[in-house]
Design a protein around this ligand. Structure first.
Ligand SMILES: [Zn+2]
Length: 227
């Protein structure tokens, strides 16, 4: 089974992708992880790609596509992989050109905007050590102070409401054509952050509920054996 995950920032798609890869004994590949590894090994293309990633910018297709396709053709991907995630429809189309890497299904994680905003608003990070806290579910012992290092807690720029709205807008512009592409080829499936699944006083749908939604889809598609 060859799978990709789509979803806005903070939808948890990377976490779900990793967990599903463990459950299905397939290889998990993240594009940023791929470039980070290459950069750590001192490879020039990796270092160049990280310059884009660190600025929050997309790695240009002419740099990214060759590297992605080479990675997805490695032996550990032969029994299936979970890739998180093609950046645009051009990348998706290139990956589909080869039978060995052609994607079977795209799982789209949808989260209501108000929930993403609430999650951001409840999250604070330590200025010194970077540890994050959720004020509703895992608050620090002392208000405004890090449990680990006594550093000051603050709300990250990316977690502010205005920033979340802008990032979602950017995401929609970028991901819209990607969703269309998989939808038009009958390969788009959806898992949802239903409000009813969020426990009282919490901000997140429990991971297990989301994993179950994905596993139900995979079972329905019956394209591989679930162990
Ligand atoms: Zn700290």
């Amino acid at each position: 089974m060859k799978l990709i995950f789509l979803g806005p920032p903070n939808s948890g798609k990377g976490t779900y992708a990793k967990r599903i890869a463990e459950r299905t004994k397939t290889t998990y590949i993240s594009s940023s992880g791929l470039f980070r590894d290459a950069a750590d090994r001192g490879m020039e293309f990796g270092k160049k790609a990280m310059e884009y990633i660190n600025l929050g910018r997309p790695v240009p297709n002419e740099m990214a596509i060759g590297v992605l396709i080479e990675r997805l053709n490695q032996p550990d991907c032969a029994n299936g992989f979970i890739f998180d995630t093609p950046y645009n429809a051009d990348q998706a189309k290139e990956i589909d050109k080869n039978e060995k890497t052609k994607i079977d299904v795209a799982i789209n994680v949808t989260v209501p905007e108000e929930i993403l905003i609430r999650r951001g608003a409840s999250r604070v990070a330590c200025k010194k050590c970077g540890t994050t806290y959720n004020l509703l579910t895992v608050p620090p012992k002392k208000e405004g102070v890090c449990d680990k290092c006594d550093g000051e807690l603050y709300q990250r720029e990316d977690d502010k409401k205005e920033k979340i709205i802008i990032r979602l807008e950017e995401y929609r512009i970028r991901a819209g054509p990607l969703e269309e592409y998989y939808k038009n080829t009958n390969r788009l499936e959806e898992v949802k952050w239903d409000k009813e699944l969020i426990p009282e006083g919490g901000t997140d749908v429990p991971i297990e509920d989301m994993i179950k939604q994905v596993m139900d889809i995979l079972e329905r598609l019956k394209s591989f054996q679930i162990k």
